[in-house]
Ligand binder design. Structure first.
Ligand code: SF4
Length: 159
C-alpha cells in the first residue's frame, strides 16, 4: 500500500478501508498542529495509478484471507476533499469498480474545501458515496480561529 507517514483516521473509521489519495495538508499552517510534520512536503496528490494499485492489492489480500467485502472506504490525508470534483468522482468510480459492495466514502475536510464545490457538485458527490466528512473546525470563536491560523471564520463555518 502507498501509505505516507503516520496515517490518521477518526476512531469510527476503524473498520473502513484506508485508501491514500492525498498526503499532508494544503493549509499546513494551524499553530497547534504537528500531525503531518513527519513527511518531507506539505501536500501531495496520489497518482491515480497508485490508488488503483492499492485497490487491487486490497482486493487480493481480502481474497487470500477470505475476508468480507469492503463496505466503507476512508480516504487518507488531512483534507482529500480539497480535490477537484472530477477527481473525487473518479476515485469513487475506481472504488466501486474494485469493490461494488462499497456503500459510502469518508474523509477529512477543511471548511474551505467544501466551499470550492457547487451545491450541485456536492449533491452528485453524495450520490457517489461521499457521506461522512470529518471536519476539525476546532472552535467558532473568530479571535481563536485567527490566532491559530485556521484560515477561515465562523461565517465560513456556518455557510
Ligand atoms: S487543517 Fe488540519 S491538518 Fe492542516 S494544519 Fe490545520 S489542523 Fe493540521
Amino acid at each position: 500500500m502507498h501509505y505516507t507517514g503516520t496515517i490518521w483516521r477518526p476512531p469510527y473509521e476503524a473498520s473502513s478501508l484506508l485508501l491514500e489519495v492525498t498526503a499532508g495538508c494544503t493549509h499546513h499552517q494551524c499553530k497547534f498542529c504537528t500531525l503531518y510534520d513527519d513527511i518531507p512536503f506539505n501536500f501531495r496528490m496520489s497518482p491515480l495509478e497508485d490508488i488503483e494499485a492499492d485497490l487491487r492489492e486490497t482486493k487480493e489480500q481480502l481474497r487470500l484471507w477470505k475476508q468480507s467485502q469492503v463496505t466503507r472506504t476512508f480516504l487518507t490525508g488531512a483534507n482529500p476533499f480539497v480535490l477537484e470534483y472530477q477527481r473525487l468522482m473518479k476515485i469513487a468510480e475506481l472504488i466501486k469498480r474494485y469493490f461494488p459492495s462499497n456503500q459510502t466514502i469518508g474523509c477529512f475536510s477543511r471548511i474551505t474545501d467544501i466551499k470550492l464545490k457547487t451545491d450541485d457538485e456536492l449533491k452528485e458527490l453524495r450520490k457517489a458515496g461521499y457521506d461522512g466528512l470529518t471536519i476539525g473546525m476546532e472552535t467558532a470563536d473568530d479571535s481563536a480561529l485567527e490566532f491559530m491560523n485556521k484560515g477561515y471564520t465562523s461565517t465560513d463555518i456556518l455557510a
